[in-house]
Design a protein around this ligand. Sequence first.
Ligand code: PEP
Ligand code: MG
Length: 852
Amino acid sequence: MTYTAPSAQTTAAGVSLLAPLSGRLVPIEKVPDPVFAEKMVGDGISIDPVSQSLLSPCDGEVVQLHPSCHAVTIKTAEGIEVLMHIGLDTVMLRGEGFDPKVKVGDRVRAGDPLIDFDADYVALHAKSLLTQIVISNSDQVAKFTPYSGNVTVGRDVILDLSLAGSDAVVTADSGVTVTSAPIIVPNPTGLHARPAAVLVNLAKKYKSNIRLKRGDKEVSARSVVGLMGLEVNHGDTVQLIADGSDADAAIAELSEALRSGLGEEGAKPLASPASVASLTAAAPPPRPRSDDPNLILGVAASPGVAVGYTYRLQHQDIRVTETAANPNQERRKLERAIEQAQAEIEALRAKVHGQADAGKAAIFAAHLELLEDPELTDTTTNLIDKGKSAAFAWKQAYTTQAEQLSQLKNELLAARANDLRDVGGRVLRILTGTSVEGVSYPDNCILLAEDLTPSDTATMERGKVLGFCTVGGGATSHVSILARAMDIPAIAGAEARITDLPDGTPVILDGSKGKLRLHPTLEEMERVRQKQARLKTRRQTELASAHLPAQTRDGHRIEVVANIANAEEAEKAVSLGGEGVGLLRSEFVFMERDSAPSEDEQTEIYSTIARILDGRPLIIRTLDVGGDKPLPYLPLPHEENPFLGVRGVRIGFDRPDILRTQLRAILRTSTHGNVKIMFPMIATLEDWRMAKTMLEEERQALGVAPIAAGIMVEVPSTAVSAEQFAKEVDFFSVGTNDLTQYTLAMDRGHPKLAPYVDGLNPAVLSLIGMAARAANANGKFCGICGGIGSDPQAIPILVGLGVTELSVSVPTIPSVKAQIREFSLNDCQRLAERALTLQSGAEVRDLMPMED
Ligand code: PEP
Ligand code: MG
């Protein structure tokens, strides 16, 4: 269809907008995004562009330019706000591909350039290039007349607007002013057009005048432009304020909507900040309860079993004087106390560094940061300025904030309350000159407490405290993390009645199951002690032979290597007898960052690990994210079935820039280490050949020697076609975690299916057998890097199936090696043959019963 453009004009009664881009006009209702199609942002029109420089459709002022530069608003002299949004979901590109030509406050004429964009890049990385031109204050327009067909930029008119008679100003009817609790914005890219529009639409339902406040800036919650101009980012704290007769209802609905991300994908609600007194607490998750008076249930916080006698640890309640005469003096006291606390925490950090591992010492680094938290220090100094003593002010500040944190639904944040109490208590003791009471722990004690702080845990007398059980905390609390690092069995989140138990009550604490058995018989206690002694002796024997090779009684050699995520684990693996790394999950190198690591950064990280391994093999798996494991800087479309979508190597094909950068880093590392490469989620021979071609291209460009290249066997098709793959690849490593989920069609993380997602299911074993047979027949090796590689009930069966490399979790290296030495290859083969004839994972497990 050919379009004949009417001439562009602005009259007293209306405004005509010129095409900001060349392309085909699309009715706004047809845009595949409900926010635009349902006119939540406003009425208007869309263009499927063929040009890549967005020009102004009218004269006016630039009143908003999104920080990601994908959206801009021009306000005309008539007060019409024309919002142009290039593409769909383009906020995710965070500015990549956009080059703004204006800034907020600039005056522009129709036809002036606003934003240049790289249409290829945007088309490739965003959902669509469709560009929306909408009037964000549509209530000021009486009639919209959109045009259709193809248009030429700066020449044709796309939309005629007849103006409403008067400004549609929202006036609040009489009523109260209601202010919401502070809300942390969970949207990954803040309040950009889409969530802002949803908020505006909700606000329009109410008569009240509703505003959104960030810092000291307030805007109308009915203005998309205003909201975007507020530049609210992910994690920012905002508040809603409403004046009017329905203010209460408005605040209730809008707060909830804001808190839950305004319907945006990936916006997980964040808890409100601790500093807010009006914070509304959500009910904590229900705790496990037992009907047996002699059994207390809790959360498994740190594995292991301990037998002993209870000892209750109580924290001192430090009393403080409320007022003080000289605020300046009190401020100085506070400063000094904080300095001393810093020194003490530094010392603890060093101690934990020596006792546990370096990573866990970071918990105390976080404590140091808490000491400098401005919310805490500002609240305290404000109180001091009002005549309170430093001790009173500090106590008030940290206890209030800790209390509020502890009420949060987000378990991870709630757990930080205990850290705050720990740090707060330390400063308070210093301020009040209270000495830390030296706790003298009785022998063989199982510590019971309302809660323990990381400091309590780090300073515990290890020879006397055999385990502990707390009412507070959870598996993710820092105390639990420390307990695991220090190898102390522990239960957290236990029933509160533990604090009523008299000291000296005999108990058996099972930290692996989260169970505290009260009043066991002496025989039961003895049985557990004997088992512990046996386990200890066994562990010592295993450790003593950890550095010997793992071979069966008849001399069949199995390579035992490690699954690692970083250099620290590589060191640990080597110290425990690991013969190399069978799986470096390189995604950890890409996580918790704002952008992908550069080639040099990756080379440095991989080279450090290669150096630690000192010639031992290092198998680097290329980036295995996507679907359910997104990276913040990698915009991936929402997927209905993420496990069946663009994940693993498919991401590399979709984003060859990322994969090729990684390939180069791995190849560069290979020049000074025993490096092999492995591709995840290979499902077809085409996948493998494509990956291999990319590797070869990069290798030739770098001019380095070829390296061994293998694949993960984790998709059933690959196992079934193993014979064909084995002719081309250098090795297989079976990812039994995924292979099991895809074979049984059971989500590996599904809580209800967990007992059935068993890699020892005969169907999975049969696929492993196919892979191992094909590899061996073609002179290649087949390893296992999924979880069952460390499972004692699986190990002999895997060896019997023909697997010759086990890549296992680091702590299990010595026991896996020891277990291999207990069998002959013949025993293993018989077990494997038998396993393949059985009917369920449970039956297979019965072949290798575990000691109770
Ligand atoms: C597996 O799937 O078994 C595997 C080792 O990979 P990941 O667990 O990282 O998906
Ligand atoms: Mg996997």
